[in-house]
Design a protein around this ligand. Structure first.
Ligand SMILES: Cc1cc2nc3c(=O)[nH]c(=O)nc-3n(C[C@H](O)[C@H](O)[C@H](O)COP(=O)(O)O)c2cc1C
Length: 381
């Protein structure tokens, strides 16, 4: 088990003055909880719900985040936004990620959500989605550093728990623009910075630029969490070793392979297969996860979530095309569960990582995680 790299406080919920950033950051006595470990689960839209966060937590994730929650939605009392923000009490430490376009909305949403008692808020400053960016939020903030600073400061001032920020690389200006960005968020009171080492427009098939994570580590004194292209514990060790980042955040690398967190936590230098669960354990893991999704969302809403997690779990194995066909031939959660359970009860052996079918599926998955929801998604054979 790694030592903590950062202390965050759910007891920072206990009385201490909101807005007193210096006081909070300077007095560790205010801080109770510790993040034990160096592997964090990334926020993922329509994915990091309670069941998946629980799976990742049980698999060794030291801190998990909700998917991005619209601050404006919270202020409108939109039920979806609230649903995305809630977590169960056995999840701590857990963070709520907010996406907001202006300081007032961010601060008001923080105040509204504080009674849920998250351990940390994270501000999304990296989402490239057009709708989010047109509203002035997400990655759009990277091009308006003063507004990002003001927004973050407003959230920090409103919050009685720490606030972190998740960034992408700025489009222009190279290392000096990145430094300006990082110093702004540090000055605004961010307790931790996660850097997804791609620009807003860079697709997933372009490699994450890990060297920029090293530059970020040099630029600020708060912990920097490296993010982008961690698909095994070996990747995580290399990212931390090469850049000096305090921890790693894993998104796609946890989909269908949540034991990556245990591998990282144990300090292993292995690929994703070496310590994968055996067939019985795998079947139990998948079944338990899918049942929890059905319980959480009900048969109708859960259906697409069950299908995608089933495909993510199955993607290392042979006959994924056949499984996909079966999953899309049924239209209720119970049948999806049954089909998936049968697939894993047959105790399939993972394909060798060098097998062309596995490589092609993995390539498509990494490029576009939901590719199999479109027709002709999985190569035949
Ligand atoms: C399905 C999906 C949903 C995502 N949703 C969010 C989100 O809600 N908030 C966010 O900051 N990033 C989101 N991201 C980006 C990831 O958190 C992460 O930064 C990115 O995928 C790079 O990490 P990876 O290489 O480990 O996948 C999402 C990524 C995926 C694949």
């Amino acid at each position: 088990m790694h030592p903590s790299f950062l202390t965050i406080g759910s007891d920072s919920l206990a009385p201490h003055p909101p807005g007193d950033v210096c006081c909070r950051m300077a007095e560790p006595t205010h801080i109770l909880n510790k993040i034990n470990g160096k592997a964090l689960l990334a926020p993922m839209l329509a994915t990091t719900d309670i069941p998946f966060r629980s799976v990742c937590r049980e698999s060794g994730a030291a801190l998990t985040f909700t998917e991005m929650v619209s601050a404006a939605g919270i202020l409108r009392s939109a039920s979806n936004s609230y649903r995305n923000a809630v977590f169960s009490q056995d999840e701590h430490p857990v963070g709520i990620q907010l996406v907001a376009a202006d300081p007032e909305t961010a601060a008001a949403a923080v105040r509204e959500l504080l009674p849920l008692r998250p351990d940390i808020f994270d501000l999304n400053s990296g989402c490239p989605n057009d709708r989010i960016c047109e509203a002035g939020a997400g990655a759009q903030l990277l091009g308006d550093i003063p507004r990002l600073g003001a927004l973050l400061r407003a959230a920090v001032t409103a919050s009685t728990v720490p606030v972190s920020v998740k960034l992408r690389l700025p489009d222009n200006g190279g290392a000096s623009a990145l430094r300006d960005l990082l110093r702004t968020v540090e000055d605004a009171g961010a307790i931790m910075v996660t850097l997804h080492a791609r620009t807003r427009h860079a697709p997933y098939d372009e490699k994450a630029r890990w060297e920029t994570i090293g530059e970020a580590v040099q630029a600020v004194s708060v912990p920097v969490v490296g993010n982008g292209d961690v698909f095994s514990a070996a990747d995580a060790q290399r990212l931390m070793r090469d850049t000096g980042c305090a921890a790693v955040m894993v998104a796609r690398g946890a989909l269908g392979t949540p034991w990556i967190f245990r591998d990282i936590d144990e300090g292993r230098d292995c690929d994703i297969d070496e310590h994968a669960p055996g067939s019985e354990e795998m079947c139990r893991l998948v079944t338990r996860h899918l049942e929890a999704l059905q319980g959480e969302f009900g048969a109708v809403v859960a259906l697409p979530r069950l299908r995608k997690h089933a495909m993510w779990y199955a993607r290392r194995f042979p006959n994924v095309s056949a499984l996909r066909a079966q999953l899309f031939a049924v239209d209720d959660a119970g049948h999806v569960l049954e089909v998936t359970r049968r697939f894993f009860e047959s105790a399939p052996m993972p394909l060798d990582p060098s097998h062309p079918e596995r490589q092609e599926i993995e390539r498509r998955f990494r490029h576009r995680v939901l590719y199999w929801t479109t027709s002709a998604a999985v190569p035949e054979g």
